[in-house]
Design a protein around this ligand. Structure first.
Ligand code: DHB
Ligand code: FE
Length: 293
């Protein structure tokens, strides 16, 4: 099997990418945000994965009303950085892992999940901002990435339960991988509370966000019962991005009754742009005990 080590969760606010790209990270407003990722950057240097399965949501960049796939698995070798209106971010393009992605597709689709397999797409801030937050300014990303964009833009969106179950199916696929030994992480990105449009634009709900974090850590099955309208009512129209996190959390579920994941880092800060920034790192307790052969 692949060595499945950690899950990481983070907001993916585009202005965080712009702050890095324009050299503003030391400004007081942004320093408060980046300080919350210092621990993670040190940790990521010592725990660099071979592959990240990066769950995010495309923001009508690669997909729009022409095609609305609920769950996409990127099976390609290479993903260019999208131009979201100001030119592509000056960050490296993303290298995929077609062999592992094909294995996950085989396992997860035969496990009754409908995935849309995409070989060619651009990746937007939902994917590149988390990579920048964790790995900093680099000439090349230090790992391969399997993009997993989830539709939360066009209704109907998938439920938290469905996302969690997909994460569990991905974990079963990783446990069956018999290719080269790989250190695999899964990242869940988006959120936390924010609403970019309409009369409630600017909405932030710190209390609800922290309850979400508490339940994600300690009561993920209870969290899967929260209906999608609760995300929208409590965390704003874009707060629904948080269902992406349930996929990464589902992959941490030891379906054979093992220990709960170990919590390594938790950070919450308001605001960055229009959004509450949340960030967690957790480790699979069995990762270090697995046979390294
Ligand atoms: C903002 C946050 C997002 O997650 C996003 O996709 C776009 C904008 C914001 O805070 O401005
Ligand atoms: Fe977003």
């Amino acid at each position: 099997p692949a060595k499945f080590t950690s899950a990481l969760f983070t907001s993916h606010v585009p202005a965080i990418g712009a702050a890095m790209d324009l050299g503003k990270t030391e400004e007081p407003y942004w320093k408060k945000v980046f300080d919350g990722y210092e621990w993670t950057r040190r940790w990521a240097k010592e725990n660099t994965p071979d592959v990240v399965i990066l769950v995010y949501n495309d923001h009508a960049t690669a997909f729009d009303s022409n095609i609305i796939p609920t769950f996409v698995l990127g099976t390609g070798a290479h993903y260019p950085v999208a131009d979201e209106g100001y030119g592509p971010r000056p960050v490296p393009d993303v290298k995929g892992y077609p062999e592992l992605a094909a294995h996950i597709a085989q396992s997860v689709i035969q496990d009754d999940f409908d995935l849309t397999l995409v070989n060619e797409m651009v990746v937007d801030h939902g994917l590149t901002v988390p990579l920048s937050l964790v790995f900093g300014d680099v000439d090349e990303w230090p790992c391969r990435v399997i993009p997993l964009p989830v539709n939360v833009v066009q209704y109907p969106v998938p439920s938290g339960r469905r996302c969690y179950e997909l994460g569990r199916a991905i974990r079963r696929a990783l446990d069956k991988w018999d290719g080269p030994k790989l250190n695999v992480q899964i990242w869940g990105t988006g959120g936390m509370s924010h609403q970019l449009q309409g009369p409630r634009a600017g909405l932030i709900n710190e209390e609800w966000d922290n309850a979400f974090l508490d339940h994600l850590i300690a009561d993920p099955l209870g969290l899967t019962e929260w209906p999608h309208m609760e995300y929208v009512d409590e965390a704003g129209s874009e707060g629904i991005e948080l269902v992406d996190w349930l996929i990464a959390r589902g992959a941490m579920d030891d379906q054979f009754g093992g220990e709960a994941p170990e919590m390594n880092h938790r950070f919450y800060h308001v605001p960055a742009s229009n959004t509450a920034v949340g960030h967690l790192v957790m480790t699979n307790p069995t990762a270090s005990q697995e046979d390294p052969s």
